[in-house]
Write a protein that binds this ligand. Structure first.
Ligand code: IMP
Ligand code: MG
Length: 171
């Protein structure tokens, strides 16, 4: 399968550093948790956390999304719950890509329901043209066209996550 580079490693590093500075400012003085959405966001999340200058805890959540091609209701199931207490915490949900918006809308609702005092969302990539529900991430690495991308955590059938940059599958 042919692949072309869409976002280079240097572009990723620069942008993640900028996002970290912005998040450091917005989360100043808060009891913060980075909530990494497994599995794709692991790569972005560890880089992002290292660009945040203040103390921030780490936890994980995993959801399975049954895309709304199958179910118009868009059922999102929680496969792995976070372990840390979220009540009163400032939670930064960290995702690899927001597509239909269903997964992030549900994770956001779920964390609000656990009593977090502040819930923000950071996504490495955003495909705003693919949105099926109204959801706007607070921090966006790059907005891209509705195309299928791999690398830097993003997979195609569990492959390609370890590519250092973002590529488009072209056939
Ligand atoms: P949403 O609920 O439709 O926003 O789904 C987002 C999830 O779909 C992401 O967390 C990814 O796991 C997956 N996804 C969406 N677009 C892509 C892509 O271009 N490459 C790899 N995974 C994708
Ligand atoms: Mg994902």
């Amino acid at each position: 399968m042919a692949q072309t580079t869409l976002i280079t490693r240097a572009q990723i590093d620069r942008r993640v550093a900028e996002m970290g500075q912005e998040i450091t400012r917005d989360f100043a003085g808060q009891d913060a948790i980075a909530l990494c959405v497994l599995k794709g966001a692991v790569f972005f999340c560890t880089d992002l956390m290292r660009s945040i200058a203040s103390d921030i805890a780490l936890d994980f959540i995993q959801v399975s999304s049954y895309g709304n091609e199958k179910y118009s209701s868009g059922v999102v199931t929680i496969l792995k719950e976070p372990q840390l207490e979220m009540r009163g915490k400032a939670v930064l949900i960290v995702e690899d890509i927001v597509d239909s918006g269903l997964s992030m809308r549900e994770v956001h609702r779920y964390i609000e329901g656990r009593g977090a005092s502040m819930v923000k969302t950071a996504t490495f990539l955003d495909k705003p043209a693919s949105r099926k529900v109204d959801f706007k991430p607070d921090y966006i690495g790059f907005s891209i066209e509705p195309q299928f991308v791999i690398g830097y955590g993003l997979d195609f059938a569990e492959k390609y996550r370890n590519l250092p940059d973002v590529q488009v599958l072209t056939g």
